[in-house]
Design a protein around this ligand. Structure first.
Ligand code: FMN
Length: 184
């Protein structure tokens, strides 16, 4: 069975971004294995830039070991996030930075590719104002994905959530993008 890793960057229960993420994967709900994480619940140590991963394989911290095992095994990656101050919420950014171990694996240890299994990824981004955050967040992830053997297939971007409610049109959009991610 194919594996899907879902990473939710919102602190809110039933947030707009995670709800859209659920619509995106809905068609494969009972056909794939899902591994779901919330960045706030994970509460991981931020990268300290200590260089341990340049000299050793892995990370000096072990609080993401289970997550990284699920990440490496995944075929698909779905990251859902609100825009916070033009970027992603701090706990999600901490997780992004902790992927430095794969950068070190590639460039300090010469492992190519540092992540064996290729992955297809989708981003779901919600923003309170019009047009906010997408460009920066997409750039951050696509840049990182080049090292992670991961291809960004689609972004669902829903903005103006401060003034408009998220409804059927947006859920439909997310569902349709799921077809692109899962290629059916
Ligand atoms: C701390 C904080 C910072 C925010 N910063 C921005 C921002 O820079 N630009 C923006 O458009 N919306 C911003 N928002 C609004 C959220 O992006 C918006 O409400 C989003 O739809 C929430 O998604 P969620 O329900 O998935 O958490 C911010 C909200 C919070 C709480």
């Amino acid at each position: 069975m194919k594996k899907v890793l879902m990473l939710d960057g919102s602190p809110r229960m039933e947030s707009m971004s995670s709800t859209l993420g659920n619509w995106l994967v809905m068609s494969k709900h009972d056909k794939m294995e899902f591994y779901c994480y919330n960045a706030y619940k994970m509460n991981v140590s931020p990268c300290m830039g200590c260089g341990w991963c340049d000299k050793n394989v892995g990370c000096v911290f072990d609080d993401m070991d289970e997550f990284f095992a699920d990440f490496e095994a995944a075929d698909y990656l779905v990251i859902t996030t609100p825009v916070y101050n033009g970027g992603v919420p701090a706990p999600l950014k901490a997780i992004v930075d902790r992927f430095q171990r794969y950068y070190a694996l590639r460039f300090a240890h010469g492992v190519k590719p540092p992540v064996a299994k290729p992955k297809r990824a989708a981003l779901v981004i919600t923003a309170g104002s019009k047009g906010e955050g997408r460009e920066y967040i997409e750039k951050m992830f696509t840049r990182q994905f080049t090292v992670l053997n991961t291809t960004l297939v689609t972004t669902v971007f829903v903005d103006s959530t401060d003034t408009k409610s998220v409804g059927f049109d947006e859920y439909h959009l997310a569902f349709e993008q799921g077809k692109k991610l899962f290629e059916y």
